[in-house]
Design a protein around this ligand. Structure first.
Ligand code: NAP
Length: 496
């Protein structure tokens, strides 16, 4: 159970502590931040509201710890990461329980998130050993005018202190996707978890503590992003920010100093369906892509652009599948569970009401109880409706009927977002042309958008982000290149 057994020391009475300098602590602010269970809409957990002084202390320890961590052999860093991964996987039950209570993630998916996170850490350790163990060797005589008098050796070195800020929807997985690469590359890491998801993240951090990482190397400060966010992201001790979330990331990019940024932000992933598509496959992917975790995924299918000639048939198939989705509490593993907060539910309702006023076709009756919104397919959506462009982050999916493929590509590219997209057709040549024309970081052919497997490159363009994630890219992003040049007094050529 959460906060018991191995996790007793992270809890103080009714509130979870924050993690600094290798210890679990109460904040001197004396203030607690409540975490509301989306299902009951009652306070379920409380975490510390950390102060600016506490953030300063964490940054100081992170800086000191990083200096000796960078001198720790790569294989030893990898060994500790493997240890943390196995503890995390062993502790999947209490951590999954937190995910169910804090973010209403269906119980089975919550366990999957923790196990996937353990696998991600292990893969990161292995990949780090491979790619950080290699450098480059350059010879000067390949550049015009030079003799072979200079040998250039390059290697990858850490950046220093990495600040990681994940979103609520994968508070464990999207935290370890930043922590693993940062640590294997020799950085220290400060985590600011999302408030909804903070207790799951604190349990995850305790697994790193139990694995025996040096004190100060990893810390976790809690508090509302709106209160401590700016202080953290503009802190002079931070050498890199890896952020996943919504528009907040755009504001952070403008405020952060001259440091590397990795931003994974929102999306409005389009699903383009051609006349020759396998409509059963499309319908199954629309259900999985649009309604898994109640649509609260960055890579959820967020607009279907279907050729008019097959639109009736597709909508019927999707409607039949929507009718089979179970709706209810996450503890019962329902397909559709309450969305994360009341304000999120109100926002989704605003999009639905706008579509109703503008006469979209409602394939189901709109129904909401508290934060629980029943799955809804909106047909005949037009570009003048908000739902055609905005990210509901809920179980509501618009269908726009198109008469040409170009119309679909145009709609996709007119969006401010450019995370992923997908195209369904049996014609691989057409699929490739459409993929090339879509201005998104990734295009999936004949499958719904997805972030995983976690070692694939993952990136958004336009307002969807800066840089690329995926294990290898994140490790590289959290390093810089160092070169040493050996200058010879006379040219020297190897003769064979
Ligand atoms: P969010 O509101 O942007 O919050 C993300 C994180 O930022 C949270 O930890 C939040 O903390 C923190 N934060 C808030 N204000 C801050 C500030 N001023 N400075 C620094 N940090 C601050 O996003 P969300 O609602 O958690 O997640 C949903 C969004 O994430 C969607 O737009 C979704 O598409 C996107 N997302 C993108 C990806 C991707 O990889 N592209 C993956 C998943 C989700 P608090 O919780 O304390 O406010």
């Amino acid at each position: 159970m959460a906060g018991t057994g191995l996790f007793t020391e992270i809890l103080d009475g009714e509130a979870y502590k924050y993690y600094s300098d290798g210890e679990w602590k109460k904040s001197s602010s004396g203030k607690l931040v409540p975490i509301i269970n989306p299902t009951t809409r009652k306070v379920h957990y409380k975490v510390q509201a950390c102060t600016q002084e506490e953030v300063n202390k964490v940054m100081e320890s992170a800086k000191t710890a990083q200096k000796s961590w960078a001198k720790t052999p790569l294989w030893k860093r990898a060994e500790l990461l493997h240890k943390a991964a196995s503890i995390l996987k062993e502790q999947k039950a209490p951590i999954a329980e937190c995910l169910v209570k804090e973010i209403a993630k269906p119980a089975k998916d919550a366990v999957t998130e923790v196990v996937r996170s353990g696998d991600l850490i292990s893969y990161t350790a292995e990949e780090g050993v491979r790619i950080l163990g290699e450098g480059k060797f350059l010879l000067s005589d390949s550049f015009p005018g030079n003799e072979r008098t200079k040998y250039c050796l390059t290697s990858k070195i850490p950046l220093g202190v990495v600040l990681a800020i994940p979103p609520f929807n994968y508070p464990v997985n999207l935290a370890v996707s930043k922590i693993g690469p940062a640590l294997i590359a020799g950085n220290s890491l400060v985590l600011k978890p999302p408030t909804q998801g903070a207790v799951s993240a604190l349990h995850m951090v305790h697994c790193f503590h139990l694995a025996g990482f040096p004190k100060g190397l990893i810390s976790c400060v809690t508090g509302k992003g709106s209160e401590i966010g700016d202080f953290l992201t503009m802190h002079p001790g931070v050498n890199c920010i890896s952020f996943t979330g919504g528009d907040t990331g755009i504001a952070i990019s403008k405020k952060a100093g001259m440091i590397p940024l990795q931003m994974e932000l929102g999306g409005k992933d389009a699903c383009i369906v051609l006349e020759d598509a396998d409509l059963d496959l499309v319908a199954a992917n629309i259900i999985k892509g649009g309604f898994s975790y109640s649509g609260q995924r960055c890579t959820a299918v967020k607009v279907v652009l279907v050729m008019e000639s097959v639109a009736d048939a597709l909508v019927e198939k999707v409607k039949a599948k929507v009718a089979k989705l179970t709706v209810g509490p996450p503890e019962e593993n329902c397909d559709i569970t309450p969305v994360v907060s009341e304000s999120s539910a109100n926002y989704i309702e605003g999009l639905v009401m706008d579509a109703m006023k503008k006469e979209a076709t409602f394939c189901q009756e709109y129904k909401r109880e508290g934060n629980l919104i029943w799955p809804l397919l909106l047909d005949n959506v037009r570009p003048d409706m908000r739902i055609a462009w905005e990210e509901p982050f809920g179980p509501v999916l618009p269908v726009i009927r198109i008469t040409t493929v170009e119309e679909g590509i145009h709609h996709c590219n007119a969006s401010n977002f450019g995370l992923q997209g997908c195209v369904f057709t049996k014609d691989i040549n057409k699929a490739m042309l459409i993929s090339d024309a879509m201005e998104t970081g990734t295009v999936q052919i004949n499958s719904a958008p997805a972030r995983g497997p976690d070692h694939f490159p993952f990136q958004g363009i336009k307002d969807s982000g800066i840089g690329s994630q995926g294990i290898t890219n994140s490790i590289n992003m959290m390093t810089k290149i160092k070169t040493t040049v050996i200058n010879l007094p006379t040219p020297s050529y190897t003769m064979g």
